[in-house]
Design a protein around this ligand. Structure first.
Ligand code: UD1
Length: 429
């Protein structure tokens, strides 16, 4: 397995191109199942999770092609064409779902289009139980019969789905996306109450509209979807990744650097910008994106993760790394996932002062972290250790970096281009 070697202490300086959003691209790829015509997606990031989704769609019968030519904004984003003129299999096998929970996103489209889907039930996961009960219940409310067969969710709606009122007891991002896609091909009207409002959900809604879906209330808690008999071809560009943007903003902050994030959108990051502002970091708009630098030291602030527009759980670990070297104390409370402090013991090994009580971590800033061999069990925890390594004295070896490759495109190249001393160490074959 590859690892990453980081020598800390270099302030990041320069420009970083922000890639297309992983969590927007995944449901957009799944949306190709809804039509027999071609869906063309631009700014698709080059990531292991995208490859997993592409494999999954391929085995459902979707023809995929990469146009190869990179867009000339330097982000490396690619154009992908997906055509599901014939669905050859409605089964999402264990081997692929096991690799990536977001595989559950094919459930809604397959039932809606084919009247049947068999999706392996995602298992436990490093950051919590993460059940899919709300996805299943919503599909049942849309008229699907759902059984659990040998570890598979088997959903059937031979006569098609029917519109219904779906009330989510808590905000679910992929749950909202699954229902939105299913409802786009259901008979009649579907209302989703307590819908997720994440920019990635809005991006999917806008693409579905371009494909001929009728969706009212986009960006609000209440979505109204009028089902159509069929959807058609469309072309859509994936939004820039707000989590990658926040991660690099914190990388600039933790190294006392000055970085321009090309293509980043302020509108998707208000809660993050506000909090980083309180911590002493300025984030300002430039003609091409956002500029990040420290203006006023680095101070401890309290953080609570929330559904959008609140502070994202996917930036919690990175924020904790930053707070490890801030002046004063910081309390970070995780409200979305019950077991998302896996980075804490590793940060401690680098000299961080952190105590955890239930869902809250108290971080007392230290003047400097020290490099250490570390490893992480999930994507965002891994990158938080990379940030800590960039600021630490001496060498950090980050193991199990396949987690990073799931969600960060060319992380080491982007950081090295801004002066970081970081390299991938390939394991000898
Ligand atoms: C998505 C993101 C993930 C992010 C998360 C929260 C993608 C591909 N992934 O994950 O990066 O961290 O949103 O912003 O977009 N829950 C249930 N039952 C369900 C579904 C969810 O209890 O059926 C719970 C989850 O365990 C969690 C909470 O609801 O505690 C929110 O999860 P959800 O928004 O569904 O996360 P994902 O869509 O899986």
């Amino acid at each position: 397995m590859d690892s990453m070697r980081i020598k800390g202490g270099k302030p990041l300086q320069g420009k970083i191109h922000i890639s297309g959003a992983k969590n927007a691209a995944l449901p957009l790829l799944a949306a190709s199942l809804l039509t027999d015509e071609t869906l063309t997606l631009g700014n698709v990031p080059h990531l292991a999770d995208i490859a997993t989704m592409a494999n999954l769609l391929g085995q459902h019968g979707v023809n995929l092609s990469l146009n190869g030519h990179h867009q000339n904004n330097g982000s490396g984003g690619r154009v992908m064409e997906l055509r599901a003129d014939k669905i050859t299999s409605v089964t999402a096998p264990y081997e692929l779902v096991r690799k990536m929970r977001a595989s559950i996103l094919v459930l809604g489209p397959l039932v809606a289009r084919c009247g049947e889907a068999k999706v392996s039930l995602p298992g436990g996961c490093a950051i919590g139980r993460r059940p899919v009960d709300m996805h299943i219940k919503a599909l049942q409310q849309l008229g699907a019969e759902v059984a659990l067969d040998n570890g598979y969710i088997h959903a059937r709606a031979p006569k098609g789905l029917k519109g219904a009122e779906i009330v989510f007891p808590m905000v679910t991002v992929t749950g909202t996306e699954n229902v939105m896609m299913a409802a786009a091909l259901a008979k009649g009207e579907t209302t989703i109450i307590n819908a997720a409002r994440e920019p990635e959900v809005i991006d999917l809604a806008q693409c579905l509209v371009a494909m001929g879906a009728e969706i009212d209330g986009i960006g609000s808690h209440k979505l109204r979807i009028t089902g159509k008999d069929r959807l058609h071809a469309a072309r859509h560009d994936v939004i820039p990744d707000r989590i990658e943007t926040g991660t690099f903003a914190m990388a600039a902050a933790i190294t006392n650097g000055d970085v321009e994030l090309i293509g980043a959108r302020l509108a998707h990051l208000h809660s993050v910008v506000e909090l980083l502002g309180q911590a002493g970091i300025s984030i300002t708009e430039t003609p091409q994106g956002l500029r990040v630098k420290r203006v006023n030291g680095l101070h401890g602030v309290d953080v609570m993760t929330e559904a959008y527009p609140g502070f994202p759980t996917d930036l919690q670990a990175q924020m904790m790394a930053l707070m490890c070297v801030a002046e004063g104390a910081s309390m970070i409370t995780e409200t979305i996932f019950e077991n998302r402090f896996m980075h804490v013991p590793e940060l401690r090994r680098m000299g961080a002062n952190i105590t955890v009580h239930d869902a809250s971590a108290m971080i007392r800033g230290v003047p400097q972290l020290t490099g250490a061999p570390v490893m992480a069990t999930d994507l965002r925890a891994s990158v938080s250790l990379a940030l800590a390594g960039l600021a630490a004295k001496g060498e950090t070896i980050l193991n199990r970096i396949y987690h990073l490759d799931r969600g960060y495109e060319r992380l080491e190249e982007k950081l090295a281009a801004c002066g970081a001393d970081i390299e991938r160490v390939r394991e000898a074959a």
